[in-house]
Design a protein around this ligand. Sequence first.
Ligand SMILES: Cc1cc2nc3c(=O)[nH]c(=O)nc-3n(C[C@H](O)[C@H](O)[C@H](O)COP(=O)(O)OP(=O)(O)OC[C@H]3O[C@@H](n4cnc5c(N)ncnc54)[C@H](O)[C@@H]3O)c2cc1C
Length: 376
Amino acid sequence: MDEYDWLIVGAGYSGSVLAERIASQLDQKVLLVDKRDHIAGNAYDYRDDAGVLIHKYGPHIFHTNSKKVWEYLSEFTDWRYYFHEVLAIIEGKKVPIPFNFNSIQEVFPEALANKFENLLLDKFEFGKKIPILKLLNEEDKDLKLLADYIYKFVFKGYTSKQWGLNPDELDKSVTGRIPVYLSRDNRYFQDAYQAIPLNGYTAMFEQILDHPNITLVLNEDGIEYSKKISYHKMIYTGPIDEFFDNKFGPLPYRSLEFKYRTFEKFPFQERAQINYPNNFDFTRITEFAYLTGEFHGKSTIAIEYPKVYIPGVNDPYYPIPNKENEEKFKLYLNEAKKVKDKVIFLGRLADYKYYNMDQVVARALMTFETEILTEK
Ligand SMILES: Cc1cc2nc3c(=O)[nH]c(=O)nc-3n(C[C@H](O)[C@H](O)[C@H](O)COP(=O)(O)OP(=O)(O)OC[C@H]3O[C@@H](n4cnc5c(N)ncnc54)[C@H](O)[C@@H]3O)c2cc1C
């Protein structure tokens, strides 16, 4: 029977970063297993039939304020510096998202737009992001009018489509996130570091995993595979409910379907991402060439349709954060605590939490420092 120090289930960021740390810093043997036929988890990118580099599980844009995360990943990739911009179609007009002063000028007559800007700046500091739900509770009737407009045309339709729920059925951590940005900065993110790996995410993961102490096995279920090998400890980055045979019932997720179209030339649309909050069944269209910088030749877009998650049929994408699901997750967390000497749980599926890529890298680096290095 093959012997390893570690069995790591899942070759996304969580599993791959920990495999790299253990292999390179502790000189221990790692078996990394993923049930898919590729590495990189949901950040996986590949060339489609037309030769265009596309993202299989939705468009991924790297952004972070963490110098530590940036420097860590920079060991494995060069970058293409990239500022993401998003427009939403509101009453037939294309307006910058997050909704900002330029958006206000776009949808309202000039005098009214100026009035809104002044009112906002009387109350809040320039450059701040004010959650739409906070504005809705304002007493000033003009600000309320503005908030009602944004709520109706930008927020409500998109949120209902995305989650299949009314906004008030969702946790504030989701709904509260959507801001009005008191600025003319049309970039979607404001982080210190914003970029796409120069040769793509999968190429970056190949570098992360390029170590003689790491053995990679694809197309295998990690839990089943654990029975065939001998190992000292497991790191599990899959769904926590599946690990415990769904004993408290499955944790609900929202899923997505991507429909791809390829065109003979770039561009199909005028920004990387266009949102459709109020029309059609899809939420957004992304054109990958903006992200990759491959502007010549054919161009592929992804049209994104939110879907109910059906285990075994489609993929779990977004945990649905509400009180009931959080309670159920806690039951699984208690089970995880009972086996903590044998298994470390982390990642978006094991923590039942939406993480951006930088957050999940930071979580993996921290886990290495506090739970693995200290045990040595
Ligand atoms: C549509 C969408 C768009 C996103 N866009 C961005 C973005 O623009 N910027 C950003 O920062 N973040 C983005 N994210 C978030 C990003 O995808 C996650 O932060 C990241 O993928 C989490 O990494 P992970 O390793 O925790 O999980 P995953 O990437 O999901 O990796 C888990 C892996 O475990 C494997 N696995 C599960 N169970 C088993 C098992 N039993 N046996 C073997 N293998 C198993 C899975 O196949 C998977 O490969 C986006 C997410 C979505 C859904």
